[in-house]
Design a protein around this ligand. Structure first.
Ligand code: UTP
Length: 310
């Protein structure tokens, strides 16, 4: 391989094949449920959050899924494991539809690999734990509690993978937020932002509204050059004493192109109570079987509570 092709491969000339799901956080906002149920296993209707993210990664072309878990999160590994007894029972009962649902949690040809983050030292550290599996190729990171609804259109990661390939660059998903909300997000500054994308010139973790360089906020989808691993190795603990992915990205954009991409779709912050409620309502109202009933029960609830001015 020439040094040029090494650079191309590192930057993203190939389409991504590997996706990392950092699911080792403590999920404190959903205690007491998250005492035993990982946040990523909370369902929207009948699928856990992690399944929505996995489906999005597979649709984008990924066939190797790396879950960064902690030693308490057996539920995530169990979910992707084969459920022999259940499958046998469903098969014997002739419940082929349900059998398919259980089997298709991971379609054939897609493999799941689990690595452990021994201590919750931050998102950046969790991503670094995936290094031995990712190696030297561009890869995706998906935070399952950011649920992105594209209503049958191409998933957010697939849209980003197109841009990463075309620009041979790292790509970070962004959405516009109110200036008053910048303190809850990583915020990017870009060169010209034309249509949906722009090259990032700076990224700041949770800036106060008066100093935020823009109102373009990072959400939980990234396509990253493997160079990020070298940078993460030397990234000191930042905000909250955690090793922040944002800090390593801030280094990365000094040497490699990194684009912000405003995806087509709606993002629900399911790491927060109201986001999980909103996503449930939206998916229910759009559900092919449940939508009428969902509409009815919502209307009843509003009537009974005397809510007139929404
Ligand atoms: P969050 O900031 O949402 O933290 O992490 P959390 O622990 O999951 O939830 P709260 O705030 O306590 O309720 C963002 C993502 O990074 C992962 C989390 O699992 C989540 O997907 N993460 C965070 C790790 O994998 N390891 C860490 O050390 C920290």
């Amino acid at each position: 391989m020439t040094s040029g092709s090494v650079t191309d491969a590192r930057r993203g000339n190939r389409r991504i094949r590997k996706a990392v799901f950092p699911v080792a956080g403590l999920g404190t906002r959903f205690l007491p449920a998250t005492k035993t149920v990982p946040k990523e296993m909370l369902p929207i209707i009948d699928k856990p959050l992690i399944q929505y993210a996995v489906d999005e990664a597979i649709e984008a072309g990924c066939d190797t899924l790396v879950f960064v878990t902690n030693r308490y999160k057996h539920a995530v590994a169990d979910y992707f494991d084969k459920a022999y007894e259940l499958e046998q029972k469903l098969e014997r009962a002739g419940k082929t539809e349900q059998l398919e649902l259980v089997r298709n949690v991971l379609p054939p040809g897609v493999r799941a690999i689990f690595v452990t983050q021994a201590e919750a030292l931050g998102l950046g550290h969790a991503v670094l734990c995936a290094r031995p599996v990712i190696g030297d190729e561009p890869f995706a990171v998906l935070l399952p509690d950011d649920l992105i609804w594209t209503r049958g259109g191409p998933g957010a990661l697939s849209q980003m993978a197109d841009l990463a390939q075309a620009q041979q660059a790292s790509v970070i998903a962004i959405q516009d937020v109110q200036r008053s909300q910048t303190g809850s997000y990583g915020i990017v500054a870009t060169e010209d932002f034309s249509g949906r994308e722009g090259r990032i010139t700076a990224i700041v973790e949770k800036p106060a509204p008066e100093v935020a360089p823009s109102t373009r906020a990072v959400v939980g989808r990234y396509i990253l050059s493997p160079r990020i691993f070298d940078l993460l190795e030397t990234t000191p603990p930042g905000a909250g004493g955690e090793i922040q992915l944002t800090d390593a990205i801030s280094q990365l954009l000094r040497e490699d192109p990194v684009f912000a991409y405003r995806f087509r779709g709606t993002r629900f912050d399911c790491g927060a109570h109201i986001g999980l409620i909103e996503a449930t309502i939206r998916y229910a109202l759009d559900h092919e079987v449940l939508s009428d009933a969902a509409r009815r029960v919502m209307q009843n609830a509003l009537d009974e509570l005397g809510v007139t001015d929404l």
